[in-house]
Write a protein that binds this ligand. Structure first.
Ligand SMILES: Nc1ncnc2c1ncn2[C@@H]1O[C@H](COP(=O)(O)OP(=O)(O)OP(=O)(O)O)[C@@H](O)[C@H]1O
Ligand SMILES: N[C@@H](CCO)C(=O)O
Length: 294
């Protein structure tokens, strides 16, 4: 039996939607599992070629939840999603391992069950939701369960992801976010997040430009990304509707509906920061998919 799982990258927060908004993007991680005599892992740095690999942690969690022994597997990782850059690499790994184990065990769990497990492991649902379900989602916790609400972004959006050549670990980027916020910050966040979703759905660039203003995490996290101010100015000067930190960084995203603006910004970034990657991405409507071959 050979099980192949494909999981999309995701950007989370989208400015004012801290731990709430997430969107799957057109970069994919592919995980192939085959039975083996011992655990073999290919396609990732040496440090991750062991049982602690996030993919295997997800795989084990599902086997244990099902009360079944954990089979030894040969895992091949083939991922376009950069590690620790704010594009949901950890969710791709966990979702990939969980979906594969579920398929190998004969699907004892639904996609929603796996989404719940992944959310519990990550501590927030905003990457897990688009990783499993695709598209743009708002998610929240209700009576101990994660609820994901899908939205339909205008297909014309182009998301230019600028991926620096350095990591920002989510753990560190969460530590510097302030826990105590005042009422005006809460009101700002609610109103702007709602308007952001509306603007993404209707394709209203002016609304997205106004709504994508965050006071909860970006003011702190931009200090971890030395190029943030210059990059933001460049994106807006090129004509982008808005600019935000993807997830916990280090990736930054410029959103525009104009292919020409996206290409012009990419060219500028490549000229100024030749060591950074710049990719024009679109929304990915498909979440985690599983293929089984005998
Ligand atoms: N292939 C892999 N095997 C094992 N662990 C991995 C693998 N890929 C990522 N990781 C783990 O996930 C961590 C990255 O997760 P982290 O949450 O910091 O970033 P991210 O998921 O890429 O970004 P974000 O959550 O902000 O979108 C790495 O530091 C590593 O510990
Ligand atoms: N919402 C999370 C995403 C990163 O995993 C954060 O911003 O910390």
């Amino acid at each position: 039996m050979k099980v192949t799982v494909r999981v999309p990258a995701s950007t989370s927060n989208l400015g004012p939607g801290y731990d709430s908004l997430g969107m799957a993007l057109s970069l994919q991680a592919k995980f192939t599992f085959e039975p083996s005599d011992e655990l073999v892992i290919e396609g990732c740095p040496e440090a991750y070629r062991n049982a602690d690999n996030l993919v295997m942690q997800g795989f084990r969690m599902v086997c244990e939840k099902a009360g079944r022994p954990v089979p030894a597997v040969h895992l091949v990782i083939d991922s376009e999603v950069p590690v620790a850059r704010g594009l949901g690499s950890s969710s791709t790994c966990i979702a990939g391992g969980m979906a594969a184990a579920n398929a190998m065990l004969g699907n004892p769990f639904t996609t929603d069950d796996l989404f719940q497990l992944c959310t519990a492991f990550e501590g927030h649902p905003d990457n897990a939701a688009p990783a499993f379900l695709g598209g743009l989602t708002a998610s929240f916790m209700h009576e101990g369960r994660a609820v994901a609400v899908p939205f339909s972004p205008d297909p014309a959006w182009r998301f230019v992801a600028v991926i620096p050549n350095y990591e920002v670990r989510t753990e560190e980027a969460r530590r510097i976010v302030r826990r105590d916020i005042d009422l005006s910050a809460a009101v700002h966040t609610m109103s702007h997040a709602i308007a952001m979703v509306r603007g993404l759905e209707t394709g209203d660039e002016a609304l997205v430009g106004a709504a994508c203003a965050d006071v909860l995490h970006e003011p702190y996290r931009r200090t971890l990304i030395a190029e943030y101010n210059a990059m933001r100015a460049m994106a807006l000067e090129a004509g982008a509707a808005t600019f935000f930190i993807s997830g916990s960084g280090s990736t930054m995203i410029a959103a525009t509906k104009s292919e020409a603006v996206a290409e012009a910004f990419v060219a500028k970034v490549r000229e100024t920061w030749p060591d950074f990657a710049a990719r024009v991405l679109t929304v990915c409507h498909e979440g985690t998919t599983v293929t089984v071959e005998d």
